[in-house]
Write a protein that binds this ligand. Structure first.
Ligand code: C2E
Ligand code: MG
Ligand code: MG
Length: 607
């Protein structure tokens, strides 16, 4: 029997990195340590009251017991919310508190009774600490037990041996039993958590999560074409790949993260205290670190939801990554504020588009040549929500790709009506796109499908992106813009001047037009026109048509015309209006233009 126990102990320590108690990462430790402190303190108090008078200090034993009871109550009540280190500190303090009480005991029976409390320390450590760390606590307990008993003049040194032996035996047995329990949650091949272990770790993380703090996140990884890899090279090669991935990733993940093998070639990563952007970049680092390609899907916890709902969403994200060409990561954001949920539910039925004209300044009567489609959606929860706020919510809640795709489809459909009323000249359609949409692997397909299904010509579509999107580091976005341009679509840099593009970068921007931010036009009345003039010269020099935004007055329009701006947009030329209203105006303009025998529509009626 002793040999059997010895064998199990050896196995427990050999696999110390993986064969540890399933409770090692649980947040029960703080509570259990609190209960043990409370129990130990209560025993100490009873012993203190029953001890016969003698050398030593009854007051010291009572004080130590009271401290243990108080600390225990605090740990039980608030421990789970405290950092884990608090539990470790309390555990490490235990042997010394008990030793002091033993030394201070006023009679020998009290001292022996107190030495039994070391069993609590050993059990706590064996349940909640990895094997090596637990052994350290057990060893410290044994030494403290032997030394404190031996230091008493009324006791022979060997009197401490029975309680020290009990501490050793119970500590090691608990360690082995906890290790067995842990094995049921460990994957035999990689030594990572298996699906059961990972699910439990996730449930623990969710129960410990602060609904107002940073939520836990999960990333599912799937090795691309693993079956083919297995079929061609054999199963042992496949196993080597899995072990290589598990080892590499285990060495790279943060200490608080948990990695599991969720299925055949599927890995799962649990991250705490990281925002979604950091989660995605961590997953990208892991993907880059191994010599096989893999797809990944990430999500974060939405307060109130179950772990299975969360893993279901991570599955959807992984599915999307695989479906859109593999070897990439997609994020299904967990953030759904009430407004985001309201928007998601009514996006398709409640969304409308407004169109704002863009006019030529370098032609008489400032004819309209283009329209910009702008989203309009009314929230019952927040009636004063602006389109800009809506875009931010959609970006934060993972709805922006759907929003931009829906806007593109709706705009391309309605643009036919606008074109029919506009006349024979081709009307250019501007559509805004978020940077997040641009890096979505589905976006290029969406654009070509929408153009094909609606029949709107690519050459009459201008995609507006903001300056930050065309950042030199954002290769996915730049790649997407290149592909769009190859398809005949033009790109406009929206709100130009508000980002951080250096002037030298302007030359290499994958763009066909610049839309100068309205702030420059507004500032011209107070700070003069020098900046406006400089940008106009720059646009000319780079052969990039420049549209001045937010033109509100006749003076501004005149100034921009004088400075040589070819195009402008703003309330002065027309506010954003519904498709029907714009169609009506186009028809009115067209009929009055025909009446005046002018071959193109007249300027947009000023408001
Ligand atoms: P933007 O693309 O720069 O659009 C121009 C914004 O300026 C519009 O605001 C328009 O109503 C406003 N505007 C135009 N002329 C004037 C003017 O003379 N004075 C003033 N004060 N404002 C003027 P809106 O519609 O509130 O849109 C705000 C922003 O929301 C847009 O700025 C665009 O960045 C974003 N957005 C709108 N629709 C979409 C969309 O479908 N997708 C995406 N990703 N973003 C969109
Ligand atoms: Mg725009
Ligand atoms: Mg703009």
């Amino acid at each position: 029997m002793i040999r059997g126990l010895f064998r199990e102990v050896t196995r427990t320590f050999q696999g110390s990195t993986v064969r540890s108690s399933p409770l090692v990462y649980s947040n029960f430790m703080q509570t259990t340590t609190g209960v043990f402190y409370f129990g130990g303190g209560s025993v100490g108090l009873v012993v203190a009251l029953m001890m016969a008078d003698g050398p030593g200090s009854r007051v010291a034993v009572v004080a130590l017991s009271t401290f243990a009871i108080t600390a225990g109550l605090i740990m039980v009540r608030w421990g789970p919310r405290m950092p884990r280190i608090v539990g470790r500190v309390m555990l490490g303090l235990g042997p010394f508190v008990i030793a002091t009480a033993i030394v201070a005991a006023t009679d020998s029976f009290g001292a022996i009774a107190l030495s039994v409390l070391y069993v609590l320390v050993a059990t706590d450590a064996a349940l909640f600490c990895p094997p090596v760390e637990a052994s350290l606590y057990i060893a410290v307990s044994i030494v403290c037990s032997l030394v404190s008993v031996a230091s008493r003049a009324d006791l022979a040194w060997w009197v401490g041996v029975p309680s020290a032996s009990a501490t050793l035996l119970i500590g090691i047995s608990t360690l082995v039993l906890a290790g067995w329990a842990g094995n049921a949650e460990i994957d035999g091949l990689t030594g990572l958590l298996n699906r059961r272990g990972f699910d439990r770790a996730l449930r623990n993380a969710i129960s410990a999560a602060d609904p107002d703090g940073i939520p836990p996140a999960v990333v599912f990884f799937d090795i691309d074409h693993f079956k083919r890899l297995n079929d061609i090279n054999g199963h042992s090669y496949g196993d080597e790949v899995l072990v290589h991935v598990a080892r590499t990733w285990s060495s790279l993940i943060p200490p608080s993260a948990r990695l599991g093998r969720y299925g055949g070639d599927e890995f799962a990563l649990l991250l705490v205290g990281m925002r979604e952007a950091a989660v995605v970049s961590c997953a990208e680092t892991l993907r880059d670190s191994v010599n096989v390609r893999c797809s990944a899907g990430a999500t974060s916890w939405n307060p109130g939801e179950s772990s299975s709902l969360m893993t279901g969403r991570a599955d959807v994200a992984l599915y999307r990554a695989k479906n859109s060409g593999r070897n990439r990561i997609t994020l299904e954001s967990g953030h759904r504020t009430p407004i985001a949920a309201e928007f998601q539910a009514t996006m398709s039925s409640g969304m409308k588009l407004a169109y704002q004209p863009i006019v030529r300044l370098d032609q008489p009567d400032n004819p309209i040549v283009a329209v910009e489609a702008l989203i309009r959606w009314e929230s019952a929860l927040k009636p004063d929500l602006t389109p800009m706020e809506l875009i931010e919510i959609a970006e934060a809640s993972g709805l922006i790709v759907d929003l931009d795709s829906l806007v593109l489809r709706r705009a391309c459909e309605e643009a036919h009506e606008l074109q029919a009323a506009f006349g024979t000249e081709p009307l250019q359609l501007h559509v805004n796109v978020s940077g997040l949409t641009l890096i979505d692997p589905r976006y290029l397909d969406t654009v070509s499908r929408v153009l094909m299904e609606t029949g709107w010509p690519a050459t009459q579509l201008i995609i507006e992106v903001t300056e930050t999107v065309v950042d030199a580091d954002n290769s996915a976005a730049l790649n997407c813009l290149d592909k769009l341009r190859e398809g005949g679509i033009r790109i406009a840099i929206d709100d130009f001047g508000t980002g951080y593009s250096s002037l030298s970068r302007l030359q290499s921007l994958p763009a066909d037009e610049i839309k100068l931010d309205g702030a420059f036009v507004a500032a011209s009345s107070t700070h003069g026109a020098s900046l406006l003039g400089a940008v106009a010269v720059l646009g000319h020099g780079l052969h990039m048509p420049t549209i001045a935004e937010r033109v509100e007055t006749a003076d501004e329009a005149r100034l921009l015309t004088d400075l040589g701006y070819p195009m402008a947009q703003g309330f002065f030329f027309g506010k954003p209006v519904s498709c029907e209203e714009l169609v009506r105006r186009f028809r009115d303009d067209l009929s009055s233009a025909v009446a005046r025998s002018v071959p193109r529509p007249a300027a947009f009626p000023r408001q």
